[in-house]
Ligand binder design. Structure first.
Ligand SMILES: NC(=O)c1ccc[n+]([C@@H]2O[C@H](COP(=O)([O-])OP(=O)(O)OC[C@H]3O[C@@H](n4cnc5c(N)ncnc54)[C@H](O)[C@@H]3O)[C@@H](O)[C@H]2O)c1
Ligand SMILES: CC(C)[C@H](C(=O)O)[C@@H](O)C(=O)O
Ligand SMILES: [Mg+2]
Length: 372
């Protein structure tokens, strides 16, 4: 164990992206120190900050750096300036979509869990959500996001296209994940209406023949949106296309109490990208209220990807300890005095010191001086 040299590109992005990324990097630095690894961090621009600096949301240098890296950590992109202007031709989101496409990141894994200690903070009834443990496999480089699109003065269109191969490759990954978990895979689609969904169903039925131990359920997306809230425990692995996965994962974040808890891993042909599922939360920028846990858990997924499972588990223990100790941001606990930075410090310090840490404010301050 120990003494690994890894190159990590950090794309902090916009809004709260830099704030949550800073805490995730701090935790990775604590991991490097504890386990004697060398992590080299290289920062690059993507999103609105990249448009401001270079005129393009995904500069060539950023993409080159990602291709050079062993893994990429991403904050979030997006700015109200563009959200408010539907006629903008250059947009921050093009950077993110361009990166996913260029690196061939076709599978986006979004785990959703209900932490026992946080049940009271979800708007849903604790008895409905307790024990929820879902892994969403969202297809990430196809569908409406990347289909032909266009408009004239009075009409517009976005087309949804999928090939058999695009469905097959993510289906295999999702079946393997289900086989290693609770053995249930739910395909979410709209096969009663959409031709692409019927292709998804056909291919998933074929692929399922190779995974006889996995039970396959089929659910229309409208019903799935309801079932997620009514009875989330029925789900193990959810497999779905790009846009349905985007929408359902934000919905599912309500189960855990906050979107600020949900990490993701984007995996495919090129280097893996690890990012929270939330956006740049512009209203939260600079206030110290952004929950850094989604970014820190994304860093844990990054460590798993680098085949460092002990290190990843150590980060998850740090997060669990913060949760157990009620060291939370205010979107969960309104009374909480803790800032984004203090939570990052506490988790980083816990990674370094293990069970020695007592959850008092003094420790959070000690964490600050030890790590920075
Ligand atoms: N992957 C990404 O980079 C990504 C993802 C989603 C949205 N976006 C972009 O982000 C911008 C804002 O979009 P939006 O407002 O629809 O979504 P958002 O996820 O940024 O915020 C929605 C709400 O979720 C909560 N929230 C989000 N992150 C949080 C955190 N870390 N801690 C606490 N609360 C948090 C806030 O209440 C916020 O109002 C847009 O420009 C959008 O395009 C980017
Ligand atoms: C910002 C946007 C392009 C992105 C998506 O829709 O994929 C985001 O919502 C996400 O979930 O990562
Ligand atoms: Mg989204």
């Amino acid at each position: 164990m120990g003494v690994l040299d890894k190159k990590i590109v950090v794309l902090p992005g916009d809004g709260i992206g830099p704030e949550v990324c800073q805490e995730a990097v701090k935790v990775l630095q604590a991991v490097a120190e504890k386990f004697n690894h060398t992590f080299t961090f290289r920062y690059e621009l993507m999103g609105a900050c990249a448009i401001d600096a270079t005129g393009t949301p995904l500069p060539a240098e950023t993409l080159e750096a990602c291709e050079w890296a062993d893994a990429v950590l991403l904050g979030a992109i997006g700015d109200p300036k563009y959200d408010k202007d539907p006629s903008a031709k250059v947009r921050p989101e093009q950077g993110l979509l361009g990166l996913r496409k260029a690196l061939g990141l076709y599978a986006n894994l979004r785990p959703v869990v209900a932490y026992e200690q946080l049940l009271e903070y979800s708007p849903l009834k604790p008895e409905r959500i307790a024990g929820t443990d879902i892994l969403i496999y969202r297809e990430l480089t196809g569908g409406t996001y990347f289909g032909e699109k266009g408009r004239d003065e009075n009409s517009a269109y976005d087309t949804c296209t999928y090939t058999r191969e695009e469905v097959e490759r993510i289906a295999h990954q999702a079946f393997k994940a289900a086989a290693s978990r609770h053995g249930i895979l739910t395909l979410v689609d709209k096969a009663n209406v959409l031709e692409t969904s019927r292709l998804w169903r056909e291919v998933v039925q074929e692929v399922s023949q190779l995974y006889k131990d996995v039970q396959v359920d089929y659910l229309f997306v409208d019903n799935a949106a309801m079932q997620l809230i009514l009875n989330p425990r029925q789900f193990d692995v959810i497999l779905t296309e790009n846009m349905f996965g985007d929408i359902l994962s934000d919905e599912a974040s309500v189960i855990g109490g906050s979107i600020g808890l949900l990490p993701s891993a984007s995996i495919g042909d090129g280097v893996g990208v690890f990012e929270p599922i939330h956006g740049s939360f512009p209203q939260g920028k600079g206030k110290g209220i952004a929950n850094p846990i989604a970014a820190i858990l994304s860093a844990a997924m990054l460590l798993d990807y680098l085949e460092l499972p002990t290190e990843a588990a150590c980060v998850r223990e740090g997060v669990q300890k913060a949760i157990n100790s009620n060291i939370l941001t205010q979107e969960l606990n309104k009374e909480s005095p803790y800032t984004t930075e203090q939570i990052g410090n506490f988790i980083a310090y816990t990674v370094l010191e293990g069970d020695e840490v007592e959850p008092h404010k003094s420790n959070i301050e000690i964490g600050l001086s030890t790590i920075i």
